[in-house]
Design a protein around this ligand. Sequence first.
Ligand SMILES: CC(C)(COP(=O)(O)OP(=O)(O)OC[C@H]1O[C@@H](n2cnc3c(N)ncnc32)[C@H](O)[C@@H]1OP(=O)(O)O)[C@@H](O)C(=O)NCCC(=O)NCCS
Length: 222
Amino acid sequence: MDEALDRTSLPYRVEKMRVRDIPQVVDIERQSFPSPWPARAYRYEVTQNRLAHYYIATSQVSHEPHDQTEEEPGLLGRLQTWTQRGNEDRRHVVGYCGFWVVAQEAHISTIAVEPRYRRQGIGQFLLVTAIEKAMELDATLVSLEVRVSNLGAQNLYRKYGFRKVGRRPRYYSDNREDALIMTADHITSTAYQRLFRQRRERLLKRLERSASRVREDQGQRS
Ligand SMILES: CC(C)(COP(=O)(O)OP(=O)(O)OC[C@H]1O[C@@H](n2cnc3c(N)ncnc32)[C@H](O)[C@@H]1OP(=O)(O)O)[C@@H](O)C(=O)NCCC(=O)NCCS
């Protein structure tokens, strides 16, 4: 197997969104966007929209807090014990993303990570999955809109080769903010594939390292 694609030992897993995940998704949505999509929008995307592809990131570890008194527990404090892989009852959604594919163009409609799990690579993991799936579906371009003020998300997209190609004035109805249009062009080109593989490999190593730290930490406690 391509080593970069062996993700069995990572602390997170990305899988298809299902109807039963929607309550957790909507909970993250409310914490992430000023005008959140309602549950019925996600239900439509998951059950009816044939152009839509939605994924969730789930944590592979238990989330009983190690120290209830910790205000902002770190990864090691939060992730106490490994759960059995595939234990459906305990699957905990930590982020999600979705995209539509129309005529070889993939358009990312949403991406969000639960606030306390941000800056750990989950947003990248979701974006990597969306780009991989878009490639599988023969898309040649990936596009999205992002608020001009959302510099964190723009940094994430730039890491994966997205460039600003336009602007939609007053696109967001809540505050009339402009949207930047960003695209990753020619995702099937050798140059893009090289960039994508490098980024993906770096990300997977980073996620592996954090998984090893959690395992070591648990070993020391038991
Ligand atoms: C945007 C979002 C999905 C990123 O998720 P995440 O899990 O924190 O992202 P990652 O940890 O994979 O970060 C990847 C890179 O993005 C950039 N980035 C992410 N958040 C950032 C921030 N707050 N400030 C600056 N750069 C940031 C960094 O380059 C980061 O790499 P680094 O941690 O190695 O420096 C998350 O912040 C979020 O849910 N925001 C609210 C919803 C939203 O704005 N979605 C985008 C709509 S267009």
